[in-house]
Design a protein. Structure first.
Length: 181
């Protein structure tokens, strides 16, 4: 079992909100005149999803939202390499633009599989927006269309990111210094 010894600030709440506003404008420009289904990848992305969808919606009509639950982590800190989809979208995505909104892209395994699945289902376009692009444990080559932040390494929590379902509620993003107990 892991225990958090210390939380080191990485991105404070104000920095996150400023970046979301900028990213929302960019995404809205890219989808101008188009409809888009914004898909929240549960649970971690829920805070980022809510904020980014509102930021996009200030500049773009035609947003629909849906939810997907997929993971490859369980309660650990590294990928299990097995992607589990426990809740699929309810919307028919055939011929539609799909924008996945994810908290962190780490190994890339989960979203690589999910995005491939949606392309096979006939989506018009499939893009990825991540709060954090974390390259330390990247195992597959995955294109992130929109990234709020990039970190090279470290275990991060807060703003939806968790350690065994804890620390999601923190308003900023922190590096968790952990120890085995």
């Amino acid at each position: 079992m892991l225990k958090v010894k210390e939380l080191l600030p990485v991105f404070p709440e104000e920095t996150i909100q400023k970046r979301i506003s900028e990213l929302g404008e960019q995404i809205a420009r890219d989808y101008q005149g188009e409809e888009v289904i914004c898909v929240c990848v549960l649970k971690g992305a829920v805070f980022f999803f809510t904020d980014i969808v509102r930021a996009i919606g200030r500049h773009l009509d035609g947003i629909t939202i849906d939810f997907l639950r997929a993971s490859s982590y369980g309660s650990g800190t590294s990928s299990s390499c097995v992607v589990n989809i426990s809740k699929d979208v309810d919307t028919d995505i055939k011929g539609k633009n799909v924008l996945f909104i994810e908290d962190v892209i780490d190994s890339g395994l989960t979203m690589s599989k999910v995005m491939g699945m949606f392309k096979e289902r006939g989506a018009k376009s499939v893009k990825l927006c991540a709060c954090v692009d974390k390259k330390e444990r990247r195992e597959v080559d995955i294109h992130i269309d929109y990234s709020a932040f990039t970190v090279d390494k470290g275990f991060i929590v807060g703003y939806g990111l968790d350690l065994a379902e804890k620390y999601r509620e923190l308003p900023g993003i922190y590096e968790a210094v952990v120890e085995e107990v």
